[in-house]
Design a protein around this ligand. Structure first.
Ligand SMILES: [Zn+2]
Length: 436
């Protein structure tokens, strides 16, 4: 342990100083004037002659402080050396590790580097490029714990009536084999019933990817049963059903277009959007002429549109294709565009957009797990060969790549409680504060 020459100035920091220098032997001293050096100067590395103390070099870090590291001079050959400064490098690494941790968490929550820069200007100013560099290096260094043996499961409920009694039929289906894992009939479907059902029928020690509809609050039950081993996906087809139900049966072309733009977030509905966009101007004109004219026009226009949609469906069925799933990047973009225009939509659409934003991690979980199902419709395999090209495209996107790794790390529980706060790291610099 380094010998501390305590002075009035550094006396209050003796504990901090002894922590900082704990890895050094008793050959070292920290002088009353704040120089870290060997008590007995070393032998000259060139000629072997005993060197002598010869002042110090100052290590500095903006806003944090400065430390003086002893220099030695050889009286025989004139060689000059400097004491090891690992303690200083370690202090800085601790501090910037926490800064990087804060920035990485902000990235994890989709905060832009511009905004992170402005937040950091309140804590410890760093420019955008430096932050980006720190975060990307940190992410590269982190290892995603390998998930093996993940079980992909669909969960759903039915509410049949047995005579006059309401019954609840809970079903678990294996996504890969499409086989029923368990199916039981209950008189209630409260949280305890579901919990017992899951515990009896699934391996709770194994990582699980489970798809449900958006209705009920399963998340708490899943967390209780599986802890952090569960990835919960909301069925995207169910989301689409809810979107359709947000609109009245008799929509205007304008409303119909908003509906299809919502459906377009996760699935490619460009043909329908294009079709409707062409009618928008005509609808405005027809509305101006007279309500009677408009009424007959909209009836006809909607009939033709429904036929167009039906024909697209039939074509897909003939070709044995499903609606094309969007990649993550496009889904996020489409959602962001709608969200930006949110104020111009009516209340039910605004609410739906807010809900999608709130549930975003559960709607998009499947993007981040290979071969994971996005819907609770195990008959239709949306994650077939066509999606593999989407994955490749994603990987070319640096930002997406970063988000994928971050999400994987988050799911793996890498981002737990921090071991040290920024303030704790900062306090270690107090003995070195540049008060001049
Ligand atoms: Zn020498």
């Amino acid at each position: 342990m380094t010998e501390m020459q305590l002075s009035l100035i550094n006396f209050p920091y003796r504990e901090t100083l002894s922590t900082i220098f704990q890895d050094y032997s008793n050959d070292f001293e920290f002088t009353a004037s704040g120089i870290f050096r060997k008590i007995v100067p070393p032998l000259c590395p060139e000629c072997g002659y005993p060197m002598s103390h010869n002042g110090f070099n100052t290590c500095q870090k903006g806003l944090l402080g400065e430390a003086n590291v002893g220099k030695y001079l050889c009286g025989a050959c004139g060689k000059s050396t400097q004491e090891d400064r690992d303690f200083w490098i370690k202090l800085k690494a601790n501090f910037f590790g926490i800064i990087t941790g804060i920035c990485t968490r902000l990235r994890l929550n989709h905060v832009s580097y511009e905004v992170i820069e402005s937040i950091m200007s309140h804590l410890y100013p760093r420019d955008k490029d430096t932050i980006q560099n720190m975060v990307q290096c940190a992410i590269e260094d982190m290892e995603v714990p390998l998930v093996k043996n993940i079980q992909f499961v669909h969960y759903d409920e039915q509410h049949p009536k047995a005579g006059r009694n309401q019954k609840y039929r809970l079903t678990l289906l294996d996504s890969v084999t499409r086989q029923v894992i368990a199916e039981e009939l209950f008189d209630s479907k409260d949280a305890d019933t579901i919990e017992g059902f899951l515990r009896r029928n699934l391996d709770t020690q194994k990582q699980i990817f489970i798809v449900t509809d958006l209705y009920r609050g399963y998340s708490d039950v899943f967390k209780r049963v599986f802890g952090n081993k569960v990835i919960h996906q909301f069925c995207l087809l169910h989301l689409n059903k809810l979107i359709v139900n947000d609109f009245p049966r008799k929509t205007s072309i304008e409303q119909e277009l908003v509906k299809y733009r919502l459906l377009n977030i996760f699935y490619n509905r460009e043909p329908e959007i294009e079709y409707l966009s062409c009618l928008i101007e005509e609808e405005k004109t027809m509305k101006q002429i007279s309500s009677r004219e408009y009424k007959s026009w909209i009836g006809e226009a909607k009939n033709l549109f429904h036929k167009f949609v039906r024909d697209l469906e039939l074509k897909r069925r003939r070709e044995n294709k499903n609606l094309v799933q969007r990649d993550y990047h496009d889904a996020l973009n489409n959602f962001k565009c709608l969200k930006r225009e949110s104020d111009s939509f009516n209340i039910s659409v605004r609410k739906r957009l807010a809900r999608i934003e709130e549930l975003w991690p559960n709607l998009t979980a499947f993007y981040f797990v290979d071969n994971a199902p996005a819907t609770n419709n195990p008959i239709e395999n949306y994650y077939s060969t066509s999606l593999k090209t989407h994955r490749k495209k994603q990987l070319e996107e640096l930002g997406i790549n970063e988000q994928m790794k971050l999400s994987a790390l988050k799911r793996a529980g890498v981002f737990g409680k921090p071991q040290k706060t920024l303030l704790e790291a900062f306090f270690m610099f107090i003995p070195f504060l540049d008060t001049g």
